[in-house]
Ligand binder design. Structure first.
Ligand code: AMP
Ligand code: TRP
Length: 332
């Protein structure tokens, strides 16, 4: 018999437009993992409302992210692609875990500390309990591996702790998930402040490239990207801006850093920046075209997320029923 594939779960919040960082750091890696694993890729809309979202924007972005997943090469027939709010088990499980989580462990979460600072007086309670919802996402599918960025490792540790606690309090119920920090998946930095991660929540649009940015916008943003006065294309910590552009080029084209250094030796930055911009345009244009086509004909997209939700509901409910039974609820 064929070995059962390990399970992957990952998701992106529809709380902003996706950037080149999301694309190179997350989605492109998922594409590589889809053959080897049984993958659940989710658009986590329940997470997005931890901060206020305009309803029309939320609707638009949720579908756009799903379309981006598919346009980037995630094959719907091979994976489970779905929208988080279409699977009620996430919300239900989250309550059960809320009653198993501790105030102390939640208040230690770095992301909560940072985001709550920005919220002033009225901090949404969801911002505080959010890691429990994330743990639910992961644990409901008996997930083995969770591809995430370094900023999410703390949340994943919490999911592991909760799973172990539940397994010990009741009886073995959950697979203990592991973080997968991709070695090849680049961390893409802010184009204006290359000490910071490129983020969709940055105010200055020159800081990031969106997956859906028009070619001329991409060219403009790269030409404005902050570099330095050294004038040499070199992969060095002293040149974070250049280093970041090299990372982007290397990630898209597969060149090594040495190859890039040799190619632009003694040339300054103009041609280099130009080539980086063209590489991004070449990479994103076909993705954008497929996204637009998918969004034009919503019925195909609808069929995909409905099918995904059906499968996800089945698997998630199985785990949820087990939890409910062990906790002492009367089976329905
Ligand atoms: P976020 O946009 O922060 O919700 O992140 C969604 C996914 O994209 C996570 O897996 C992140 O690790 C990844 N990601 C976001 N920004 C970047 C970036 N600048 N470089 C690499 N990966 C990123
Ligand atoms: N919290 C993650 C982020 O902000 C998104 C997310 C929600 C997620 N649920 C998840 C990631 C489950 C991996 C697994 O990036």
């Amino acid at each position: 018999m064929e070995d059962k594939k390990k399970v992957i779960f990952s998701g992106i919040q529809p709380s902003g437009n996706l950037t080149l960082g999301n694309y190179l750091g997350a989605i492109k890696n998922w594409v590589k993992l889809q053959d080897e694993y049984d993958c659940y890729f989710c658009v986590v809309d329940l997470h997005a409302i931890t901060v206020m979202q305009k309803p029309a924007d939320l609707r638009k972005r949720t579908l756009e992210i799903l379309a981006i997943y598919i346009a980037s090469g995630i094959i719907p027939e091979k994976n489970t692609l779905f929208i988080q709010s279409h699977v009620p088990a996430h919300s239900e499980c989250s309550w059960l875990l809320t009653c198993n989580g501790y105030m102390g462990e939640l208040s230690r979460m770095t992301q909560y500390k940072e985001k709550s600072k920005k919220s002033g007086e009225s901090i949404g309670a969801g911002l505080f309990t959010y890691p429990l919802l994330m743990a639910s996402d992961i644990l409901l599918y008996q997930t083995d591996v969770v591809p995430v960025g370094a900023d999410q490792v703390q949340h994943l540790e919490l999911a592991r702790d909760l799973a172990e606690r539940f397994n010990k309090t009741y009886s073995p119920t959950f697979t203990i998930p592991e973080a997968y920090l991709s070695k090849t998946g680049a961390k893409i930095m802010d184009l204006q402040n290359p000490e910071k991660k490129m983020s969709k929540s940055e105010d200055n649009p020159n800081s990031y490239i969106l997956i859906m940015d028009e070619p001329d916008i991409i060219r403009k943003k790269i030409s404005r990207a902050v570099t330095d006065s050294i004038g040499e294309v070199k992969y060095s910590d002293e040149q974070p801006g250049v280093k970041n552009l090299m990372t982007i080029l290397s990630n898209i084209k597969g060149y090594t850093f040495e190859e890039i250094e040799n190619k632009y030796k003694g040339q300054g930055y103009a041609q280099f920046k130009n080539d980086v911009a063209e590489a991004i345009v070449e990479e994103l244009t076909p993705v954008q075209e497929r996204v637009k086509a998918l969004l034009e004909n919503k019925s195909e997209l609808e069929e995909i997320y409905k099918k995904g939700a059906e499968k996800a509901n089945y698997v998630a409910n199985k785990t949820l029923r087990k939890m409910q039974k062990k906790i002492g609820f009367i089976p329905r």
